[in-house]
Design a protein around this ligand. Structure first.
Ligand code: PLP
Length: 360
């Protein structure tokens, strides 16, 4: 805890929340607890911890003080009751969906998804007896027609990777909830600074923390923000799946969160400048950026986002070959598949992040 009890804004919480240097010999930066296991005061105390009758750390695949602090900060970023830190974005997605879904359940997902999420659903969850239904949720009527009492979870990204499609979080949440389904949003492309899906009715928010939250292309991590009642079973499964973030990575990610508001503000500004320049370019046929008035999701983005993020995609005349030439010719943008770091990157989704999808 900080010394001051005054209400704290987002940027202040990202720096001070849940940590008092005076509890740690005055260390301004929270310590890194580099230990795989924890000693018990007595054999009886150890038994009580395993039984859940005593609070404390047992083993760093289950919990660790460095990870705990990060998780408290992750929760506060989106005003959630609970925050979880995981080994990767995919670790968060898989642990969450594995926990929530059982054989026979239906998962409704949007038609635009990050490639590995798509692959996990098609080749992992489907094999396990979960029905995966793809719906174009840019039209809410499609979801209304598809959802039923078999639907356990409705899952989507907004903005979606890679075409930046904007989906109406509030309308989707209302439709899903009327049918008793939970709503999970991958908020990676927006960041918690630009969009807070829980405030718009979502039940679970997932992030690839590898991206904006980490922000320096030097770590792999995931985050989940949700209600305490939903977090509890995910925590239990995460232990068995081995998906808790490592303490070293947790310390790095806590460091990164301190500058998240500043970095995302600059991402928003830079991407808007690039999008506007691309829109003027004679050989660019389409620019997908939620901040451009010409983009089809712009009005909705303005309602549910406070900034439009650092990601944009473009279409160029001349197909795949022309696109490759553009990517190879850039001077500052580096060819790599990730986002949200301080470097500017370029990638062709069809050949990289989305190569596992069919041509259609
Ligand atoms: N969700 C989205 C939208 C992504 O773009 C990615 C990765 O690019 C992931 C999830 C997976 O995250 P990670 O690479 O941290 O596992």
């Amino acid at each position: 805890m900080t010394k001051r009890n005054a209400p704290q804004g987002f940027a202040t919480r990202a720096i001070h929340h849940a940590y008092d240097p005076q509890d740690n010999e005055g260390a301004l930066t929270p310590p890194l607890h580099l230990t795989s296991t924890f000693t018990f005061e007595t054999a009886q105390a150890g038994g009580e911890m395993f039984a859940g009758d005593r609070v404390g750390h047992i083993y760093s695949r289950i919990s660790n003080p460095t990870c705990d602090l990060l998780e408290q900060r992750i929760a506060t970023l989106e005003g959630a009751e609970a925050g979880l830190a995981l080994a990767s974005g995919m670790g968060g997605i898989t642990a969450t969906l594995w926990t929530l879904l059982s054989p026979g359940d239906e998962l409704i997902v949007d038609k635009t998804l990050y490639g590995c999420t798509f692959a996990f659903m098609q080749h992992g969850l489907a094999k396990w007896g979960v029905t995966i239904t793809h719906v174009d949720m840019t039209n809410i009527e499609n979801l209304r027609a598809a959802v039923s009492d078999k639907t356990r979870v409705v899952y989507f990204e907004t903005p979606a990777n890679p075409n930046m499609a904007i989906l109406d979080i509030r309308a989707i949440a209302e439709t899903a909830h009327q049918n008793g389904a939970l709503v999970a949003v991958d908020n990676t492309f927006a960041s918690p600074i630009n969009q807070k899906p829980l405030e718009l009715g979502a039940d679970l928010v997932l992030h690839s923390a590898t991206k904006y939250l980490g922000g320096h292309s030097d770590l792999t991590a995931g985050a989940l923000m949700t209600f305490a009642s939903l977090a509890k079973p995910v925590v239990a499964w995460r232990k068995n799946l081995g998906q808790l973030i490592a303490p070293e990575t947790a310390a790095l990610l806590s460091r990164s969160l301190r500058t998240l508001p500043l970095r995302v503000r600059q991402h928003n500004e830079n991407a808007m400048a690039v999008a506007q320049a691309m829109e003027q370019h004679p050989k660019v046929t389409k620019v997908h950026y939620p901040g451009l008035p010409s983009f089809e999701g712009h009005d909705l983005a303005k309602q549910q986002m406070t900034g439009f993020g650092g990601m944009l995609s473009i279409e160029v005349d001349g197909g795949q070959q022309a696109a490759e030439k553009v990517a190879d010719s850039l001077k500052v943008f580096l060819l790599a598949t990730s986002l949200g770091g301080v470097e500017s990157l370029v990638s062709q989704p069809s050949a990289t992040s989305h190569h596992g999808l069919s041509r259609e």
